[in-house]
Design a protein around this ligand. Structure first.
Ligand SMILES: CC(C)(COP(=O)(O)OP(=O)(O)OC[C@H]1O[C@@H](n2cnc3c(N)ncnc32)[C@H](O)[C@@H]1OP(=O)(O)O)[C@@H](O)C(=O)NCCC(=O)NCCS
Length: 174
């Protein structure tokens, strides 16, 4: 992980975050969807407006991982719980996104960004921390398991008009 920095993203990072978000989602999940569904999802969930709002929000945190050459190679996003969880504590938080560019995966960068997010949650009193993960994404599920997340539910995640089965994972308050 030499020559890679992780820092909170700022407004100036929005165009690069929008591109990286679209590219990493498409690289991992693109083949699952009809072109129109994928495009509709990218146009909203990875729009510049989406990232600008996330970066500007006091409640949401966005981190970027940057290589020495200056390019973004990963990002992470966390904030208040938005997943459909019944009886969640009012202060529950959610890891909303965690993506590493394909060429940099399995080298520890995702783990470093996870540690940053766990530190962010600890600084807020270490409340229950949730995340959603695609049901067939066994690689990410194994990764989250290493950090103490356990599956507690499921829901349907829309990508355009397509619905994915997504699992809800929880790292309970310690
Ligand atoms: C999941 C992700 C963020 C992890 O980041 P990373 O930098 O690759 O993770 P680390 O190097 O810290 O840890 C690697 C571990 O993650 C797990 N893992 C992640 N992706 C995996 C995959 N596609 N296949 C198998 N294991 C995977 C494994 O346990 C792996 O350990 P190993 O290399 O010893 O087998 C990254 O792989 C990624 O962006 N994947 C594609 C997008 C994605 O699935 N994001 C999560 C959406 S919920």
């Amino acid at each position: 992980m030499r020559d890679i920095t992780i820092a909170e993203a700022t407004a100036g990072d929005v165009p690069a975050l929008s591109k990286l978000g679209a590219d990493t989602f498409t690289a991992k999940f693109g083949p699952l969807y009809a072109a129109a569904d994928l495009q509709a999802f990218i146009d909203t969930a990875h729009s510049a407006a989406y990232y600008a709002s996330a970066v500007a929000s006091q409640e949401t945190a966005v981190w970027k991982a940057e290589s020495v050459s200056g390019g973004l190679i990963g990002y992470a996003l966390a904030g208040p719980l938005g997943l459909p969880v019944e009886d969640a504590a009012a202060d529950a938080l959610e890891i909303k996104r965690l993506y590493v560019s394909t060429a940099y995966q399995s080298a520890g960068l995702g783990g470093l960004m996870m540690e940053v997010m766990l530190g962010w949650a600890r600084a807020q009193g270490d409340p229950s921390l949730y995340l959603g993960v695609y049901s067939d994404n066994t690689g990410a599920q194994k990764f989250y398991g290493r950090y103490g997340f356990r599956r507690i539910g499921q829901y349907q995640f829309p990508v355009g008009s397509h619905l994915d089965l997504e699992y809800i994972y929880l790292k309970a308050r310690q």
